[in-house]
Design a protein around this ligand. Structure first.
Ligand SMILES: Nc1ncnc2c1ncn2[C@@H]1O[C@H](COP(=O)(O)OP(=O)(O)O)[C@@H](O)[C@H]1O
Ligand SMILES: [Mg+2]
Length: 148
């Protein structure tokens, strides 16, 4: 099952991130797909600022990973575009982080089959001047998404 959502603007994307942040908990993995400029980092920024405070959230394009302290848990924001091999996630520490942090992962296809089946996938497509979000995940995710 999928949940669809139309997002008109950058500010609406940030506030949708804020809503999403309310259903996230330690051990959650959110895979963000969509072309360059779709809004993966913008949505992540909305989530991170809601959870960790009004701080600067740079794109992890060059660093691959940015981590944030969010009270009870650590949040990992990853951009795997430059990951050379799926197995590199072990050295990065991302494999372990998926267990006990909240992980937001752009370009999740780069990690191949290491992406957990329990991840929530949010695909972002350009739609006119706005965006179309398609969210898919297992049954527990569908139940949680009903509160967003
Ligand atoms: N509805 C929208 N949602 C998100 N970003 C939007 C939207 N409309 C325009 N934008 C712009 O698109 C760009 C998205 O960039 P970014 O979030 O870095 O994308 P990605 O991480 O997917 O490459 C930003 O410059 C933002 O201002
Ligand atoms: Mg990005």
């Amino acid at each position: 099952m999928q949940v669809n959502r139309r997002i008109e603007s950058e500010s609406e994307m940030l506030s949708f991130g804020q809503s999403l942040s309310q259903i996230l908990a330690m051990g959650d993995v959110v895979a963000l797909t969509g072309d360059l400029g779709a809004g993966k980092t913008t949505l992540s920024r909305g989530i991170i600022q809601a959870l960790c405070g009004d701080l600067d959230v740079p794109s992890p394009t060059y660093t691959i990973v940015q981590t944030y302290e969010c009270g009870a848990f650590e949040l990992w924001h990853c951009d795997l575009y430059r990951l050379e091999r799926p197995d590199d996630i072990f050295e990065l520490g991302l494999f372990d982080a998926m267990d006990d942090c909240v992980c937001l992962i752009e370009w999740p296809d780069r990690m191949g089959e290491h992406l957990l089946e329990s991840a929530l996938t949010i695909d972002i497509q350009f739609e006119g001047d706005g965006r179309r979000l398609t969210m898919s995940g297992n049954t527990p995710w569908q139940e949680r998404l009903a509160h967003v």
